[in-house]
Design a protein around this ligand. Structure first.
Ligand code: AMP
Length: 144
């Protein structure tokens, strides 16, 4: 809805108003163009390994380890940085799904890594909340 309004209104807004709208609606602004929303809706194909009413999990297109799965909320949430108390359940489901998929992938016993890159400095490149489930090899240290 916001994305639709943005596409219709943006061309008519003077630059200062466009910037103001962008800063106010930052966390919703790119929803209509969000690649992960399109994977949830089926508009874009992905190697989906799990899906329920709350979350979708699919293999990363550029895996960094034998197992590299992204777990995302079906509803658009920008990042860990925009989570609120109302998102407590979905935040828990992301981690629980990571644990279940680690078992399904056979990496639970030896260990795995769960990462949520957040914001530009955190290395986030897709602004739809996701956790990376990475495993199947010994992880390198240090991070960062
Ligand atoms: P991040 O850098 O933490 O935002 O992670 C985004 C991840 O999404 C990267 O590891 C990408 O390889 C992955 N990615 C981007 N587009 C797709 C896609 N269409 N299907 C699967 N993984 C994707």
């Amino acid at each position: 809805m916001i994305s639709f309004a943005r596409r219709r209104l943006d061309p008519f807004l003077p630059p200062f108003l466009r910037r103001l709208a962008q800063s106010i609606f930052r966390k919703y602004y790119n929803m209509g163009d969000c690649i992960f929303c399109k994977i949830v809706s089926g508009e874009i194909n992905a190697d989906i390994v799990y899906k329920d009413e709350h979350v979708t999990a699919f293999r990363d297109i550029h895996p960094v380890a034998p197992t590299h799965i992204l777990i995302i909320p079906n509803r658009h949430i920008h990042s860990v940085g925009t989570l609120t108390e109302a998102d407590e359940t979905i935040a828990g489901k992301l981690l629980l799904t990571a644990r279940k998929l680690a078992e399904q992938e056979g990496i639970a016993e030896k260990g795995f890594r769960v990462i949520a890159n957040t914001g530009v400095d955190g290395g986030q490149t897709v602004f739809h909340l996701h956790v990376h489930l990475i495993g199947g090899q010994h992880m390198q240290h240090p991070m960062g």
